[in-house]
Design a protein around this ligand. Structure first.
Ligand code: NIG
Length: 400
């Protein structure tokens, strides 16, 4: 039985089909089987089990949030307030969250992540990646990986987030690439490293990525957040799917990203929260790089999962058009997670593509409470998410 969605004022397909006015979508077994103008439905010989009238609202692909740190306990509001009074952000604050996360216990971590997933759904997010990285010991990283895996099949091992206080950096890297990686590998899909002054240097980062690759994991990098550095070049050299933050880029970094398959993931909420210059998204797009927008939900630098806010910021302050920002927060995020290929089995996984609304893709829908998607930026900060569907099933509905 299929489900028919009608009453779509504009359907932003994020594909060559562009925007379809007065559109309809047909969903079968969690995937889109047809999209087009509602007037084209007469040509379909289909028996619809359910018809959902969206009442003249705009529909986008659900946000694909390709960078979050959902597994944490504790709060760093004092650090944030000090920052707003002029203190610089430094990686050391990660240790505060490490203490709270180690003490939380599995049940509490599960409960916290469940609440965060619900909040993400309420903001139109339909797929997300999330990381370990606040455990920083074999047992605690393993606990975080297992908790994360209950909520998403894009889990990243970030043991190389910070050298825990009191540990020797070299010994800690050996632990990350040895027993810690061995323990978490069955529960994770990606490996990541914070390649930055105050965290891990180029040689240590290369070692972490190489070990992850040898264990069959995909690669991701936190890079060029606090200053120019080796993160982008290393990510491209190692074939990482994404390098995230990218605030400080040399001309060479931009050219490398433009000439590679490594996605440049910008984190606008983090840039504002840390008072860093906004990542040069316009320059990256103009050069031909693929840009993704992600929330970077975490208690230190970006305590929000609101992709609406990130997209609004990219349009209002980073000079992206609405279409570019929507594409970065949907298909861009999907590419950063290598989930963008339409067609079952094309990437060998048998998983439907995310971040686009075309036949064969997942029926992950973000229904806005407006007829015009431009309202995301035109009416910034207003509640915009009306309903969210993952695989054709409703996971959030705003109160009428
Ligand atoms: O992506 N930059 C490194 N990691 C996180 C922040 C970690 C923290 O301060 O808790 C980020 O911004």
């Amino acid at each position: 039985m299929s489900t028919l969605f009608t009453g779509i004022s504009e359907l932003r397909t994020v594909s060559k089909r562009g925007t379809i006015k007065d559109a309809a979508i047909v969903v079968e077994d969690g995937q889109i089987s047809w999209v087009g103008p509602q007037s084209g439905l007469v040509e379909l010989d289909a028996d619809f089990g359910e018809i959902i009238d969206l009442g003249g609202r705009a529909v986008l692909p659900g946000w694909v949030d390709s960078h979050t740190h959902m597994v944490f306990d504790g709060d760093r509001s004092e650090e944030f307030e000090a920052r707003m009074a002029g203190q610089d952000y430094a990686a050391g604050g990660i240790a505060v969250t490490m203490e709270a996360t180690r003490q939380a216990g599995t049940n509490r971590l599960e409960q916290l992540v469940r609440q965060r997933v619900q909040a993400a759904h309420a903001g139109g997010t339909t797929h997300f990646e999330t990381k370990t990285g606040y455990g920083l010991s074999v047992d605690s990283e393993l606990e975080s990986a297992k908790v994360a895996k209950q909520f998403t099949d894009d889990v990243t091992f970030l043991g190389a987030h910070l050298v825990p206080p009191g540990s020797d950096a070299e010994q800690y890297v050996e632990e990350v690439v040895g027993p810690m990686l061995d323990a978490v590998a069955p529960h994770v899909d990606w490996i990541d490293v914070f390649c930055e002054r105050g965290a891990f240097n180029e040689e240590q980062s290369r070692r972490v990525l190489a070990a992850g690759k040898a264990a069959g994991l995909g690669l991701r990098v936190h890079g060029n957040q606090l200053g120019e550095g080796p993160g982008v070049a290393l990510a491209v050299e190692m074939g990482a799917a994404s390098v995230d933050h990218v605030n400080y880029l040399s001309g060479g970094d931009v050219a490398l990203l433009a000439g590679s398959d490594t996605v440049a993931t910008i984190l606008p909420a983090c840039d504002l929260s840390t008072r860093q210059p906004l990542a040069p998204a316009r320059q990256l797009l103009d050069a031909g790089a693929t840009v993704a927008i992600a929330s970077n939900l975490n208690p230190g630098t970006s305590y929000t999962s609101s992709m609406n806010y990130c997209v609004t910021t990219a349009v209002l302050q980073q000079q992206l058009t609405l279409d570019e920002a929507i594409a970065a927060a949907t298909a861009g995020g999907a590419k950063a997670l290598r989930r963008h290929d339409v067609g079952l089995g094309k990437d060998g996984s048998g998983r439907p593509a995310k971040g686009t609304l075309v036949p064969g893709a997942a029926a992950d829908l973000h229904v806005l409470d407006t007829a015009n998607a431009i309202d995301l930026a035109y009416r910034p900060g207003m509640p915009m998410t009306y309903a969210t569907y993952v695989g054709g099933k409703k996971v959030f509905q705003a109160r009428e």
